[in-house]
Ligand binder design. Structure first.
Ligand code: FIX
Ligand code: ZN
Length: 421
C-alpha cells in the first residue's frame, strides 16, 4: 500500500476518523423500550443539566423560579437567553446548534417551535437509528442503576434491549450511600445489617450477582468523591474490598471508576449542582497494586489529575484511562488530555465517551471527539513522515479503530457478538 503524503494527510485522517464507528463506553442513554428514561428532542436538549447553570446565570433568574417553570418554558428561556440574546458560545450551546444543523433544520430563523414540530413528527425508533448513523456510534453503554425505582420496574419486566445498547452496572448508591442502600436491600429480601457482618457482605454479593444476571453488564462502575481514600474501613472501603472486587474476579468483570466528583455542591441546581475536586492518585495506585488481576477503567474529573493518571497508567497494565469526563469535555481540555495521552501512552487508551443523556447529543459529542483525535494524530504523523517514516492508510485505520473501540473490547476481554441482550 502506498505511503500517505503530507499533502493529503489531514483529509485522509479526518476521513478515517469519521468513517470509524465508535463504542461509547459511558452514557446515560436508554433504548426506546425504556419509555420515559429514553430522552430525545429539542426540549430535552435545552433542559440538559449542562445548560441549566448557563441559563440561570445569563437570565439572572433564581434557581427555584427556574425549576418552577414547566419543561417547555425552561427550554424557551434557555433558547431565548443563550441562543437569541447571545451567541451560543459554550460547548453545550454549540452542541445544540451542531445537532440542529446535522438534522438539516433551518437555522436561519432560529424558531424553536419549528424544531419542536420536526421532533414531534418523528418515529422514535427510526430516529434512534438515524442519530446512531449520523454519529457513527456502533455501541452505546448505558449506566444502569439497580437502586433507581424507574429502572428497577423496567428491568423486572425484562425489556427488549436494542442490540446497539449494552449495560454497565452502576453501584454508586450502594457504595456511597450504604445506610440508605442497606435499608433498601433489607426491603428487597437481602439479609443485611447497616453495621456490616460477613453475612451482610455475602448478601451484598448475592444482590450484585442477581443484577449481573439480570442486566448482563460489560463492567461494574462507581463514581467516587475527590477525598476518597483506599484502603479504608468505611462502608465504601469495605464494600469495595469484600463485595465488589471479589465479584469482579469471580465474574471476570472490569471495574470503571470515575473519580473526583463533589455531589450537590449547590443542591438548588439539582442534577446541575455537582462540582469537581482533585483526587488522590494513590487510590488508583493502591487498587492496581493490590488487585493486579482486576482491570480498571478510570476517568478523573479534575484537570489536575490528568497527568498523574497518564503516568500511573504507564505503571499498571491493568489500568485503562478513558474519556474527557464532564467538566473536561471541552475543546481546550480534550485537546490537552488527548495529546498528553498519545505522548505518554501511545494508542493504548480510550480518548472519549459522550456521557450523553439526550439521544441527539451523540451527534455533536462524537463530532468534537473525532475532530480532536484527528488533529492530535495528524501532528504526530507529520513529525513521523518528515523523519521519512512511511505511514499507510491501513496503519492509520488500524490505530483509529483501536482508539475508537478495539482498546475497550480487548480490555474487557469480550466481543460484541458474545453479549446476551
Ligand atoms: O457520574 C456520572 O456518571 C456523571 O457523568 C453524571 O453524574 C453527570 O451528571 C453527567 O452526566 C456528566 O456528564
Ligand atoms: Zn456519566
Amino acid at each position: 500500500m502506498e505511503p500517505i503524503l503530507l499533502s493529503n494527510l489531514s483529509s485522509v485522517v479526518r476521513e478515517i476518523c469519521k468513517a470509524t464507528p465508535v463504542t461509547d463506553i459511558h452514557t446515560h442513554l436508554f433504548p426506546s423500550s425504556f419509555g420515559a428514561l429514553h430522552l430525545w428532542g429539542i426540549d430535552e436538549l435545552l433542559n440538559y443539566h449542562y445548560l441549566i447553570p448557563e441559563t440561570i446565570r445569563a437570565a439572572n433568574i433564581a434557581s427555584n423560579d427556574y425549576f418552577a417553570l414547566t419543561p417547555k418554558d425552561r427550554a424557551d428561556l434557555t433558547w431565548r437567553t443563550l441562543f437569541l440574546e447571545s451567541n451560543p458560545y459554550s460547548d453545550s450551546c454549540r452542541g445544540v446548534v451542531k445537532i440542529l444543523s446535522e438534522l438539516d433544520l433551518d437555522l436561519s430563523k432560529k424558531a424553536i417551535d419549528t424544531y419542536r414540530d420536526y421532533f414531534n413528527s418523528l418515529n422514535p425508533a427510526q430516529h434512534i437509528q438515524h442519530v446512531l448513523k449520523l454519529s457513527n456510534v456502533k455501541a452505546v453503554v448505558m449506566s444502569n442503576d439497580p437502586f433507581d425505582p424507574e429502572e428497577r420496574s423496567i428491568w423486572k419486566d425484562r425489556p427488549h434491549i436494542d442490540p446497539t445498547f449494552y449495560s454497565s452496572l452502576r453501584l454508586d448508591a450502594l457504595v456511597n450511600s450504604w445506610s440508605e442502600a442497606s435499608t433498601s436491600l433489607q426491603g428487597w429480601g437481602y439479609d443485611v445489617i447497616t453495621e456490616f457482618s460477613s453475612r451482610t457482605e455475602s448478601e451484598v454479593r448475592r444482590f450484585i450477582r442477581d443484577w449481573i444476571e439480570l442486566t448482563q453488564p460489560l463492567f461494574l462502575s462507581i463514581s467516587l468523591p475527590p477525598d476518597f481514600s483506599f484502603p479504608n474501613e468505611s462502608p465504601s472501603g469495605r464494600l469495595l474490598s469484600h463485595c465488589i472486587f471479589p465479584l469482579c474476579s469471580e465474574q471476570d468483570l472490569p471495574l470503571a471508576l470515575m473519580i473526583g466528583v463533589k455531589r450537590h455542591v449547590n443542591p438548588c441546581l439539582e442534577l446541575a449542582g455537582d462540582s469537581v475536586g482533585k483526587a488522590d492518585i494513590r487510590v488508583i495506585e493502591s487498587m492496581c497494586t493490590e488487585y493486579p488481576h482486576i482491570r480498571f477503567l478510570v476517568s478523573m474529573l479534575s484537570r489536575e489529575n490528568q497527568h498523574e493518571l497518564c503516568v500511573t497508567a504507564r505503571k499498571f497494565p491493568n489500568l485503562l484511562p478513558f474519556g474527557c469526563w464532564w467538566f473536561s469535555s471541552n475543546l481546550l481540555l480534550q485537546r490537552e488530555i488527548t495529546n498528553m495521552r498519545l505522548d505518554m501512552l501511545g494508542p493504548t487508551f480510550i480518548p472519549q465517551h459522550s456521557d450523553a443523556r439526550v439521544l441527539e447529543q451523540l451527534i455533536y459529542k462524537w463530532h468534537n471527539a473525532r475532530n480532536i483525535l484527528a488533529e492530535a494524530l495528524v501532528t504526530r504523523y507529520i513529525a513521523l513522515i518528515e523523519a521519512e517514516w512511511t505511514i499507510t492508510r491501513s496503519d492509520i485505520e488500524r490505530d483509529v479503530s483501536r482508539l475508537s473501540s478495539g482498546n475497550f473490547w480487548s480490555f474487557i476481554n469480550k466481543k460484541p457478538s458474545e453479549i446476551k441482550h
